[in-house]
Design a protein around this ligand. Structure first.
Ligand code: FAD
Length: 474
């Protein structure tokens, strides 16, 4: 137990133990640096504890039940009996296993773990107020500091998260009892993933979205199959409405949402999930102490070595510019640690994959056709529909397609977009292809196992080259 003020020194102090921070700390320790990781809540951060992992566990568990109950076409008649409490226990067990693993990995690599909340206390100095079993505070003097404090849900005025029927994504994923109904504010990827889980478990879901589409930012042809499937699960989309306020009403609540002209529409519901996006956590760090200012989005601008404007302070993950994704955070963590160790590491964002784990899944990597044109390429595009894939048909799930985008002149692969079964897994091959500077010929001439979903990537490349075998070359 630590009592009172103590002072320690370290080569690299990492603030935040999410997929950015713990990876940075482990990599720094591997490179022979003395690394100290400060975490105020739970190792693994948002991703392992409240985000990626619990959401994917719930998606898988509900898919098992839903698919079993909807397989009459395959001659399977089942009426799965879901024990939601046991499902939640299983999900929590997966999370505990992973977060315990992070702590063990850090210790095994020699990372010093400090439980507490850190803020800057002058140049090259952090002040940590201990949490957990420790008491008092500690000053950590560092050569390099990596800020990896992540993000939190954006609030909507009138929908404070401390009132019981109003949930953020963390609270929604921690529910131990299912509501009969829920209004989900926001049709981004978090809103869509959780809506799909709840609808599959029989909850009456209404999605209220200010824009006129779900998963804005993704091309229409990728989002259409997702929206259609969501509607077939009973999800009701209410576009062009902004959540305005809620009030108690009888047994439940009423959520009022406003259209452009100010007219209110009311929805009776039991709970409301607010999932309108996330904001970086930089306002609690006392950045003034090191003369560092966040940009207008609250993020810390960085160069291609993840350095901020303060030479020995790095920013990675959700607090740095770019998409808020766990694997992007980890990559930045590795680069920051290597740069701190004097290695010639740098970031390259040409092939950052992104996945939405809806039904069906969406995954993208690199450039879209429009982005390739904007960059001055003459894009060659090839697609392959899953309905023409033998493996896809044998899984009973043949929605969607793979699309590849390449440079017509050189054949270099520039990007890919997938909607369909296992899109999040399939995109990895195309990310590697882009990273390695592979051409359409390389992808098309790679012999793929038959019958697999991954053959679709080969077929899409063949289509772009004009010699597809299993789809028409138009
Ligand atoms: C519901 C949901 C689903 C998601 N699904 C996916 C997905 O499928 N794939 C994907 O790539 N991304 C997903 N994300 C996003 C992903 O979780 C984040 O991009 C990722 O966690 C960012 O990692 P990070 O290390 O930057 O920050 P975080 O994981 O947020 O970790 C930051 C850590 O810093 C700690 N901290 C903050 N301030 C201090 C301080 N002053 N002192 C000490 N500690 C501090 C916090 O307690 C936290 O543990 C999801 C997010 C949510 C909410």
């Amino acid at each position: 137990m630590v009592v009172g003020d103590v002072s320690t020194g370290t080569d690299v102090a990492v603030v935040g133990g999410g997929p950015g921070g713990y990876v940075a700390a482990i990599r720094a320790a591997q490179l022979g640096l003395d690394a100290t990781l400060v975490e105020m809540d739970a190792y693994g951060g948002t991703c392992l504890n409240y985000g990626c992992i619990p959401s994917k566990a719930m998606i898988t568990a509900t898919d098992v039940a839903h698919d079993a109950g909807n397989a009459e076409e395959m001659g399977v008649y089942a009426d799965p009996d879901v024990d939601f409490g046991e499902m939640v226990e299983w999900k929590d067990g997966v999370v505990d296993q992973l977060t315990g693993g992070v702590e063990k990995l850090c210790k095994a690599n020699g990372v010093n773990l400090v439980e507490g909340r850190a803020e800057f206390a002058g140049s090259d100095k952090l002040r940590v107020v201990h949490s957990g079993d420790g008491q008092g505070s500690e000053t950590i003097e560092y050569e390099h500091c990596v800020v990896a404090t992540g993000s939190r849900p954006i609030k909507v005025p009138g929908f404070e998260f401390d009132a019981d029927p109003v949930l953020d994504s963390r609270q929604a994923l921690a529910m131990d009892e299912l509501p009969d109904s829920i209004v989900v504010v926001g049709a981004g990827y978090i809103g869509m993933e959780i809506s799909t889980v709840l609808a599959k478990l029989g909850v009456d879901v209404t999605v209220v979205e200010m824009l006129d589409e779900a998963l804005a930012g993704y091309p229409d042809d990728l989002t259409q199959p997702v929206k259609q499937r969501a509607e077939s699960l009973g999800i009701d989309f209410e576009f062009g409405l902004a959540a305005d306020h809620w009030e108690e009403s009888g047994d439940g609540i009423v959520v009022a949402a406003e259209d452009e002209s100010g007219e209110l529409t009311e929805f009776d519901t039991e709970k409301v999930l607010v999932a309108v996006g996330r904001e970086p956590v930089t306002d609690t760090l006392n950045l003034d102490a090191i003369d560092l200012e966040p940009n207008d989005d609250g993020r810390l601008e960085t160069d291609d070595q993840a350095r901020t404007a303060v030479e020995n302070v790095f920013a990675i993950g959700d607090v740095a510019p770019g998409p808020m994704l766990a694997h992007k955070a980890s990559k930045e963590g590795i680069v920051a640690a290597e740069v701190a160790a004097g290695e010639p590491a740098a970031l390259d964002y040409q092939a950052v994959p992104a996945a939405v784990f809806t039904d069906p899944e969406i995954a993208t990597v690199g450039m879209s056709e429009a982005e390739a044109s904007e960059e001055g390429f003459e894009p060659a595009v090839g697609t392959f529909p899953f309905r023409a894939s033998g493996r896809s048909l044998t899984t009973g799930n043949d929605d969607g397609f793979v699309r590849v985008v390449a440079d017509e002149d050189s054949g270099f692969l520039l990007g890919a977009q997938i909607v369909g079964p296992e899109a999040s897994e399939l995109v990895a091959e195309l990310g590697l292809a882009i990273e390695m500077g592979a051409t359409l010929e390389d992808v098309a001439s790679t012999i793929h196992t038959h019958p697999t979903l991954s053959e679709a990537t080969m077929e899409a490349a063949e289509h772009a080259l004009g010699h597809a075998i299993h789809t028409l070359n138009r």
